[in-house]
Design a protein around this ligand. Structure first.
Ligand code: H79
Length: 416
């Protein structure tokens, strides 16, 4: 057992970006702030004295932790990552370190505690986002240069007086934390990053640390926001993605990735050995845009039916060819390859996989379990392995026709 096992199995998690930035929702005094509504304070250089007034308005009467936790499970997600403190410095929990927190709002209840309890009760792994370097409330934190003179900043003072004690609180007061999600380490000195990692590991040895602690000190690679690597990676990694153009709630954008978009990203990421951490930005009342949750509902229904092609699968490291028709996932335990056919072939309705060495036992259409014809060959002259699968004339699912290919042995790919 490794502490990374749950994460390697997880594949799909819910990210929640929620803070007092949900109130302006990407707009300040009638002017739009660029996408990434959680950046509004810095983008608009809003004085701290003015921005902090938002805390006095925070009263999300419709927030229900169980709504998020139960839906995350229904949507097929295995973990939930919540922004305990974003760059603006406002803590969404009961911290003794700074008054700038949710207890000092009209709402007055600890959001982290409510989500932690709901996750524990419902059996969902609970993880916390904490912005360790940027803090636009603290005169010594990184980022706020309009209220606080950068020449007078003493980063260590912020680190020891706020960051470290808050991280300790989060890892002490809320039960088991699956992962702590750091962000934007920028030029934070390496020795402080090491101290932060040591502190996390001293508080909760099993808590994973994501790659954005910096300097390779994390337990896995966090790829850049909204990206998918070209190459398959041999160890588990994670890609954080938005449902629309922003992490925090953005009033002017009521669009969403479709269920097909979500599933396409999930399949591509899982097929390369990663996990998708997909974000919702609740509004000032604690509700998420219906257009986003509707898409997650539809994706969740698909996963209920086709979950075996995602969960319990991994990548085939170093698969040599780009696939032109879709993506591949692979279950080692079931010795089964899953073809996710996105570009349905025309007559003679066949897809070709080049480079698989292992002998095929049986091929079925996942939609109804019906057997499919296939032909497998090896040409010694060209040293090429080919597997053709013959699909039905009528496409069963235009977004993703899933074909299960059972193998005689563990899959091996040819190196070219
Ligand atoms: O928490 C989310 C982002 O707020 C955070 N990472 C994800 C998970 C993040 N911090 N920094 N960045 C992402 C990269 C910085 C982007 C910026 Fe901008 C470009 C900051 C200012 C210009 C995006 C566009 C945010 C505001 C405008």
């Amino acid at each position: 057992m490794s502490k990374k096992d749950w994460f390697r199995e997880a594949k799909y998690g819910l990210f929640i970006h929620w803070g007092i930035y949900a109130i302006p929702g990407g707009e300040w005094k009638g002017a739009p702030s660029p996408h990434g509504s959680e950046w509004i304070m810095k983008n608009m250089k809003i004085p701290y004295a003015e921005y902090k007034e938002l805390a006095g308005q925070f009263n999300p009467q419709s927030f229900d932790p169980y709504y998020y936790v139960r839906n995350a499970k229904k949507w097929g997600m295995k973990y939930l990552t919540f922004t305990a403190k974003h760059h603006d410095g406002f803590a969404m929990y009961d911290t003794k370190v700074s008054d700038y927190n949710v207890m000092n709002t009209p709402y007055g209840k600890d959001i982290v505690k409510q989500l932690a309890d709901a996750c524990a009760e419902e059996g969902l792994t609970f993880c916390l986002y904490y912005s360790q370097m940027q803090d636009w409330e603290d005169p010594d934190g990184n980022g706020n240069t309009w209220d606080f003179d950068p020449a007078k900043k003493d980063f260590k003072r912020y680190f020891y007086n706020k960051c470290l004690p808050q991280v300790k609180e989060l890892l002490t007061n809320y039960g088991k934390i699956g992962m702590i999600w750091f962000d934007t380490p920028y030029d934070m000195p390496k020795e402080l990053c090491e101290e932060l990692a040591d502190t996390v590991r001293a508080c909760q040895p099993d808590c994973l640390i994501n790659g954005r602690i910096g300097y390779g000190l994390g337990d896995f690679r966090e790829v850049a926001d909204n990206t998918i690597p070209v190459l398959s990676r041999s160890d588990v990694w994670e890609s954080p993605m938005t449902m629309n153009s922003s992490w925090g709630y953005i009033k002017r954008d009521q669009t969403s990735k479709s269920a097909a978009d979500v599933l396409q990203n999930l399949v591509r990421i899982v097929g390369k050995g990663g996990n998708l951490l997909l974000n919702l930005g609740p509004d000032e009342n604690g509700l998420s845009p219906k257009v986003c949750t509707d898409a997650l509902d539809v994706a969740g229904e698909w996963l209920e039916k086709y979950g075996d092609s995602i969960f319990g699968t991994t990548n085939i490291p170093n698969f040599p060819y780009l696939l032109t028709w879709g993506d591949l996932t692979y279950s080692k335990a079931r010795k089964t390859l899953y073809f996710h056919v996105k570009k349905y072939p025309e007559f003679p309705y066949r897809v070709l996989l080049t480079g698989l060495e292992t002998k095929v036992k049986r091929v079925t259409l996942m939609a109804d379990g019906s057997p499919l014809k296939y032909s497998q060959s090896y040409e010694p002259g060209r040293d090429e392995h080919r597997l053709y699968i013959f699909l039905p004339e009528v496409c069963p699912d235009a977004d993703d026709t899933v074909v299960a290919v059972e193998l005689e042995a563990e899959a091996t790919a040819q190196s070219i």
